[in-house]
Design a protein around this ligand. Structure first.
Ligand code: PMP
Length: 418
């Protein structure tokens, strides 16, 4: 009998029968409050009726139309719709299926456009699991160990992770930018660097928001040296942070934006957005794939954009995000084992540390397990997997946030006393 690979072992062995909004229902009819949103994918909630209807209608018309031979309506409509929400000037789109593929596409385009070999990523960043994306990922060695040689040309600069360094935000930011200049002076000359790849909030790396000064520092160096600024909005885009784009919090102009996850409410779809001038630097055949821009995924993405606008989900993410962060902070403040609680919008992380400030993976994982036993699904993240993160669908209600916080308080109390 065939078995699932051990790689598919879940933190919580829930077999889901169906999903509705912020809830998942298992095959025994038990209800789970889903504060993972499938790692931030089900932005409009599980099986939003409008998304379901749009996908069902499209399935009956056309499932797949490959863009090297034919174009289809959902792809054209989505392109036009995204034009209305993307930063001005990023008016050319290319589609793929996963976040990692979008990273690959942006990497190729950056090298093609600049003719330079190197990229700079920021420590704690996660960009995916294909070999190139894993080579650019530094949120944990588990993502890259054991299958070297990795792609060459990747250099790592610090991210302003103030809590980790034990500094305030300004000091951490100053340090990060100074180290970047030091890297330019000692390791790779800036005229060999094609792009910076950065997340507005470190996602898998522990839910650490960037800040305006840091982003301004990157923009300034990008402009000075002709480096492209690539913002990986795979986890932070489409309202997740309480603004449409994560980088909207930091008033920074990107050259390339990466999109996936929340874009299509669970259908596989990703892409990159750049200016037409930049996108024209990719030569025919150098980018592409069989499935990118799937018709059903594009129809679901158009419906997702409708739902985000009609239901005011960006504002909801901001309001419920504040409620969630404030509530988690209150719990964290009373708990010595929680060293820091931080986030932006509906990305909230509680970092577990031991009495001497070391990462406490054991307690974080115990908390995740205890929450699941009480019907609250959570994820961990961070280099040591010691940050418990909450990332509910954007449709989450005030009552559901309260319910989750109630369970979280109980869980934290139990696992830190035992
Ligand atoms: N970039 C970021 C910021 C992500 O959070 C992820 C996925 N967690 C990826 C890229 C990779 O996306 P995928 O798993 O769809 O390849």
């Amino acid at each position: 009998m065939a078995q699932l690979s051990p790689l598919l072992k879940q933190a919580t062995p829930v077999v889901v029968d169906h999903g509705e909004g912020t809830y998942l229902f298992d095959s025994e009819g038990r209800r789970h409050l889903d504060f993972t949103a499938g790692i931030g994918v089900t932005s409009t909630g599980h099986c939003h009726p409008k998304v379901v209807a749009a996908a069902q209608e499209q399935i009956g018309k056309l499932i797949h139309g490959q863009y090297t031979t034919v174009m289809h309506k959902p792809l054209l409509e989505l392109t036009e719709r995204l034009g209305g929400v993307l930063p001005s000037g990023l008016d050319s789109l290319f589609f793929s299926n996963s976040g990692s593929e979008a990273v690959e596409a942006a990497l190729r385009l950056s090298r093609q456009a600049t003719g330079r070999p190197n990229v700079i990523v920021f420590q704690g960043g996660f960009h995916g699991r294909t070999v190139a994306a894993a080579s650019m990922t530094t949120s944990g060695t588990r993502f890259s160990a054991g299958f070297s040689p990795l792609m060459s040309g990747v250099h790592v600069a610090p991210f302003p992770y103030a809590y980790h360094y034990g500094w305030d935000e300004r000091t951490a930011t100053k340090f990060a930018l100074r180290e970047l200049d030091y890297l330019f002076a000692t390791i790779t000359a800036p005229n060999e660097v094609a792009a910076f790849f950065v997340e507005p909030v470190l996602g898998e790396g522990g839910y650490v928001p960037a800040n305006t000064e840091f982003m301004a520092g990157l923009r300034e160096r990008a402009d000075k040296h002709g480096i492209l600024l690539v913002l990986d909005e795979v986890q932070t885009g489409f309202g997740r942070t309480g603004k449409f784009w994560g980088h909207d919090h930091f008033d920074v102009r990107p050259d390339i934006v990466l999109i996936a996850k929340g874009l299509a409410s669970g259908f596989p779809l990703s892409g990159i957005a750049a200016s037409q001038e930049l996108m024209a630097k990719a030569w025919p055949g150098s980018q592409g794939g069989t499935y990118g821009g799937n018709a059903v995924s594009c129809a679901a993405a158009c419906a997702t954009l409708d739902v985000i606008a009609e239901e005011g989900l960006v504002a909801n993410a901001a309001e419920r995000g504040t409620q969630l962060l404030d509530g988690a902070r209150l719990i964290g403040d009373k708990t010595p084992a929680i060293g820091d609680v931080r986030g932006l919008g509906l990305l909230v992380g509680s970092e577990f540390t031991t009495a001497d400030g070391e990462p406490d993976t054991v307690t974080a994982q115990a908390a995740q397990k205890a929450a699941a036993e009480r019907g609250l699904l959570l994820l961990t993240c961070g280099a040591w997997m010691n940050v418990v993160r909450m990332i509910p669908p954007l449709v989450v209600t005030a009552e559901q946030v309260d319910e989750a916080l109630g369970i979280w308080a109980e869980v934290v109390d139990t696992v830190t006393k035992s």
